[in-house]
Design a protein around this ligand. Structure first.
Ligand SMILES: C[C@H](N)C(=O)N[C@@H](CCC(=O)O)C(=O)O
Length: 352
């Protein structure tokens, strides 16, 4: 097997402001794995919060790519990754997830099967995805909400966590007025104290918010569990639910966990988390980082296993370099092609 890397910059259509930062671009490192003339692709993206910079991703993905040469074929490499025999101890979860994605794509293409079939689901997953509205002016938030409803979206996620929480309440109110029938999710990205959360959550419940992600600063799962116990809204842990160990600690204590493949290490790790919470009262949200359709695709092949799907990262880009998972009408689904089912999108400068 041969592996190669390419790094590209993904520009957002507009800056995404959340409680702790504003992002207008991010880098993506693509891993291509080739065997017998067939190529599989995976993507890892940079994240300040998860301490993933471009150099770190490139270094680890190059090492993983080199390591793949010791396997006779992608099927055995994928099996080693799945059973934990191949990922190094210090390899970031986002890198393991990208390597797994490239191998799944390759194995799927070699066998003529889409990834969801490799994972045991016969029917192609279809899921209504949330679309995120960042911290922005009231008029812009309302205009975005109207536009999303017109495009077919049924779920909107509103970012919160401004210095004055009244601004968040107003933003949710104008989004609710502009989109009276959508399901609303709220994400303050850990911005509130427990006292603020206890005061605010009933007000957001009155505005018809369906669930809140990570209301409290991460690092105190006990406090999150205690808040969830009395919350009028389901509480979904995100920054506090990075991997299986975190989720085991929270299972039965919060109503949901936001699983992102870049946090937990890929689809097999996500499936282990889904199994761990089954029957505990904690339900699955599938989330994402802002990334291309290539980065989102592995999660889309699992999308129907989640109560909440937040798989809109590709929709936030000015130009998505890949295509094949839908989403523009509020519904994500694999293309039906073998592997991840994504293809490079035409870009200015491409030769026909
Ligand atoms: C893009 C997705 N809807 C989302 O909100 N993801 C993150 C933040 C964005 C990122 O870091 O790329 C989240 O906080 O859930």
């Amino acid at each position: 097997m041969k592996a190669g890397l390419r790094t590209v910059r993904l520009e957002l259509a507009e800056p995404l402001r959340i409680s702790r930062s504003t992002m207008s671009f991010r880098d993506a490192v693509w891993l291509a794995v080739e065997h017998d003339g067939v190529t599989g692709h995976g993507e890892a993206v940079t994240s300040v919060f998860y301490r993933l910079d471009t150099e770190t991703l490139e270094r680890h993905l190059a090492a993983v790519g080199k390591d793949l040469a010791r396997f006779p074929d992608p099927e055995s490499a994928l099996e080693a990754l799945r059973t934990g025999d191949s990922a190094g101890v210090d390899v970031p979860a986002a890198v393991t997830a990208a390597a797994e994605a490239a191998l799944l794509d390759l194995v799927g293409k070699r066998s003529g099967r889409p990834v969801h079939r490799l994972l045991g689901t016969a029917a192609p997953p279809v899921a209504a995805t949330a679309r995120t509205i960042g911290i922005t002016s009231l008029s812009h938030a309302a205009a975005q909400a109207r536009c999303l409803v017109a495009s077919g979206f049924e779920v909107i996620k509103v970012k919160a966590g401004t210095p004055d929480p009244e601004d968040d309440v107003e933003r949710v109110r104008v989004v609710r007025d502009a989109a009276p029938h959508v399901r609303l999710l709220l994400d303050p990205n850990g911005a509130w104290t427990a006292a603020q959360a206890r005061a605010l959550l009933p007000r957001f419940a009155d505005l018809g918010v369906e669930a809140v992600e990570q209301p409290l600063a991460p690092g105190d799962p006990e406090a999150l569990g205690a808040l969830a116990e009395r919350s009028p809204l389901p509480v979904i842990a995100d920054e506090d639910a990075v991997d299986l160990e975190d989720v085991r600690r929270l299972a039965g204590r919060v109503q949901g966990v936001n699983v992102k493949l870049a946090k937990c290490g890929g689809v097999h790790a996500a499936l282990r988390i889904a199994e761990a919470i089954d029957g505990s009262g904690t339900e699955l949200m599938l989330g994402c980082l802002t990334a291309s359709s290539l980065g989102l695709a592995p999660a889309v092949h699992l999308a129907d296993r989640a109560r909440w799907a937040d798989l809109d990262g590709h929709l936030l880009l000015a130009h998505d370099p890949w295509t094949g998972i839908g989403g523009g009408d509020g519904v994500v689904h694999p293309s039906g092609r073998p592997g991840l089912g994504v293809r490079k999108a035409w870009a200015p400068g491409d030769v026909a």
